[in-house]
Design a protein around this ligand. Structure first.
Ligand code: SAM
Length: 232
């Protein structure tokens, strides 16, 4: 059984990915996501990419155990290096990493000519820079969700490549997520209430500090104002 987080990603791939779906799951660890999708016959082919030997071995074990070798190729390598053009990958998932690392993988992939139709992303932190990258690279966010699992808030972002259209999202949408902002579900409110508390604490510390970083202070005040506007 998948975690709630990966289940939402799996459901979104089933819903939005081009058919037949050919997936590359980068940073696959146990290859749970591609295995689930292959077992349900939702995908034609998948690459489970891993840069670290231990998780790579776990992925091989999982794929062997479920006899999915004919449809899932486990490959050792950094980011998009595991994808060859002849694999005809149309969907890429990158989940459970920081936003900075996700953006780095996406950037390097694009530099060597990869522009998959669908991206399913779940940054652990740094959601804003992921949305910014998508916005700057002709990807349109088509769905989002936020959940809380094991004490963490996880935001998932689904985006579609639209090379001929440029949609610009606002600063507020970059920060909160266009769909999450619209829905404002209980988890979203809770996440931003927590963030607000953290920001207020940081502001007090900055104000008490003798050094006095006014730029930082102003930045934190603006963030507090933005959060208050959204959750009040
Ligand atoms: N995607 C799974 C999930 O969401 O449950 C596993 C997430 S796990 C926390 C992150 C995985 O990404 C680790 O197994 C790590 O080895 C792998 N990873 C980190 N950087 C990578 C890179 N540049 N290329 C491929 N895999 C990477």
């Amino acid at each position: 059984q998948l975690s709630k987080r990966l289940q939402w990603i799996a459901d979104s791939i089933i819903k939005y990915a081009p058919k037949p779906t050919r997936l590359a799951d980068i940073g696959s660890d146990h290859a749970y996501l591609p295995s689930y999708l292959a077992q349900g016959n939702y995908i034609e082919f998948a690459i489970a990419g891993e840069v670290v030997k231990g998780p790579y071995q776990s992925a091989i074990q999982e794929v062997n155990q479920h006899q999915l070798n004919d449809r899932i190729d486990v490959r050792l390598g950094d980011g998009y290096d595991v994808i060859h053009f002849e694999d005809k990958i149309n969907t890429v998932s990158i989940c459970g990493m920081g936003g900075g690392l996700i953006v780095d993988i996406l950037t390097r992939g694009q530099q060597i000519g990869h522009q998959p139709k669908l991206l399913a992303l779940q940054p652990n932190v740094g959601e804003r820079i992921v949305r910014q990258w998508l916005n700057d690279h002709h990807y349109q966010i088509i769905d989002e969700y936020i959940i809380q699992e094991k004490g963490h808030f996880y935001e998932m972002i689904i985006a579609q490549s639209n090379p001929n259209t440029k949609v610009t999202i606002s600063d507020k949408e970059l920060m909160f997520g266009p769909f999450l902002l619209q829905e404002r579900n209980d988890t979203f409110i809770e996440k931003w209430r927590n963030e607000l508390e953290k920001m207020k604490y940081i502001l007090t510390s900055l104000q008490l500090s003798k050094k006095g970083d006014h730029t930082k202070e102003l930045e934190v005040k603006q963030t507090i104002k933005a959060i208050e506007e959204v959750i009040s």
